[in-house]
Design a protein around this ligand. Structure first.
Ligand code: SAM
Length: 229
């Protein structure tokens, strides 16, 4: 949050007034704990700051992004309660005007028109890969990562490299798409899960996936699922 506030302060100090329609996109918004958690933080911060500075308040166009199979209905059904809660907490005159839409699709691809976004946010999403690295699912000659569902201590270096390459491909593609969509002078706040050691196979990163891999291994040994799957 302090970083988010700092970026918003910086944005507001660079121009006298924000655009009349201020566009915010949240990539990989999810619905938990609430899809508009960060959006509320952004719009409330701008609202308060505009109030303090005697500036006019923009209208907010909010775009929520998730995969196309995502249940956006649940999000939209929660909106009346959300608006009512905002009014209850801030009084009936509370007025950041929010126009909320869903933009489904993989965030590694182009999803918005050129120069249309003022603020991009994404939290704990860009560490998700768009696919299993192609080298591991090659039908003819797949890289073998035996007994594992992700990088593990027993993974060969080529497997670790394949995951890294996939991340680099996906992240570069996300940045390339946003570089076209964000207006000049727009801002982006991206939050990632990280690790405290350079070793990608440390327990901190892999233990959970190791347990999952072991559980699958049990199912394979009992003949309940095929190893290839
Ligand atoms: C761990 S949740 C984070 C949710 C929320 N941003 C937060 O910080 O609490 C990651 C979300 O990103 C979505 N996601 C992952 N990869 C995505 C992609 N390529 N495009 C759109 N959404 C994606 C997932 O469906 C999931 O809901």
């Amino acid at each position: 949050m302090p970083l988010l506030h700092q970026v918003l302060l910086d944005l507001m100090s660079c121009s006298k007034n924000l655009p009349e329609s201020f566009t915010i996109a949240d990539f990989g918004c999810s619905s938990r704990p609430h899809p508009l958690l960060t959006v509320t933080e952004i719009t409330s911060f701008i609202y308060k700051r505009c109030h303090e500075l005697g500036r006019s308040l923009p209208e907010f166009w909010v775009y929520l992004n998730e995969f196309s199979g995502y249940d956006f209905n649940t999000v939209f059904k929660s909106l009346p309660d959300y608006h009512a809660k905002l009014k209850e907490e801030n009084g009936p005159d509370f007025r950041p005007l929010l126009y909320i839409s869903a933009v489904p699709g993989p965030c590694h691809e182009r999803l918005f028109p050129s120069k249309s976004l003022h603020f991009v946010h994404s939290s704990s999403t860009l560490n998700w890969l768009s696919q299993v690295p192609a080298e591991l699912s090659d039908k003819e000659n797949p890289l073998i990562n035996k007994g594992n569902v992700f990088i593990s201590k027993t993974s060969p270096p080529e497997v670790i490299k394949a995951y890294r390459t996939q991340f680099q491909r996906d992240f570069a593609s996300f940045l390339e798409s946003r570089s076209k969509e964000v207006v000049p002078g727009g801002r982006m706040v991206l939050t990632f899960r990280g690790r405290t050691t350079p070793d990608p196979s440390s327990d901190e990163t892999c233990q959970l996936w190791d347990y999952l891999g072991q559980a699958f291994q049990d199912l394979i040994e009992k003949g309940l699922i095929e190893e290839e799957k």
